[in-house]
Design a protein around this ligand. Structure first.
Ligand code: GLP
Length: 243
């Protein structure tokens, strides 16, 4: 779906999420959301906060699992995805604290590996992800599943590509402070979501075209989404320019 602006696209996704939350509320069921970070979903979260404040959209039945987190990183660091999610969404809505899940960047490697298995289990125990929100890296990564990630991959510790570290350096003082690793849901974890919405704006036209119209290949992780039966790309005109 192609929108005139980032604002329109973000509002569309916010309304999709709101109607899913309400549909689940009506049935007394939890609504399990997979959430993304980065620059792309910032306006989406602003719209969700606005729907909470102006229309009384409640997040009491919402359970969230974030896609990824830097490793190592302290939870309270400004650049952690834990901080990002609280700053942009969780601190402004009525989601119960115990319903919020993000990979933990503070653990030892051994503990982190165990926590990855637990993360998969927690998603399963919650009934699976109803709606997964994704962004896309300029190299086609989804979450922190860099090119070459297996279609069978699960939540795990990964090394970041240099291009990703360069792209994300703006969040840090300088490139040397960008963590070299991350914890990310795997491709198979993402594909298990019942519905997926990938959002992309601006300069992502080339990788969006390769992902949507190119060959399905592990070298472009987002292209694997062609194999999902309920996946929508929400784009602005710039990101759709090469389709
Ligand atoms: C980041 C995140 C991804 C995100 C992608 C795009 O590094 N780990 O989850 O979707 O790269 O980021 P942005 O939205 O800032 O372009």
């Amino acid at each position: 779906q192609i929108f005139d602006s980032t604002e329109d696209g973000s509002l569309f996704v916010a309304r999709e999420i709101a109607s899913l939350i309400k549909e689940k509320q009506a049935k007394n069921l939890p609504c399990v959301l997979g959430l993304a970070t980065g620059a792309t979903p910032i306006r989406l979260y602003a719209h969700l906060v606005n729907l909470h404040k102006t229309e009384g959209l409640s997040f009491k039945n919402v359970i969230t699992f974030n896609l990824d987190e830097y490793y190592p990183i302290e939870r309270d660091a400004f650049q952690s995805y834990w901080s990002y999610m609280h700053r942009h969404l969780f601190d402004h809505v009525d989601i119960p604290k115990e319903n919020i899940h993000l990979p933990n960047g503070e653990l030892s490697k051994e503990e982190a590996r165990k926590a990855c298995e637990t993360y998969e289990q927690l998603i399963e125990n919650a009934g699976g992800i109803d709606l997964q929100i994704l962004g896309i890296g300029s190299n086609g990564h989804i979450g922190f599943n860099e090119p070459g990630s297996s279609i069978y991959s699960k939540t795990r510790l990964v090394s970041l590509d240099n291009t990703t570290r360069i792209n994300n350096a703006y969040e840090f003082q300088n490139i040397s402070e960008v963590p070299r690793m991350a914890i990310t849901m795997g491709i198979s974890t993402i594909l298990k979501a019942k519905k997926i919405i990938l959002m992309a704006w601006g300069s992502k036209a080339s990788i969006v075209a390769k992902s949507v119209e190119g060959q399905v290949t592990e070298q472009i992780p987002a292209s694997i989404l062609q194999q999902h039966n309920n996946c929508t790309f929400v784009l602005d005109h710039n990101a759709a320019a090469e389709l």
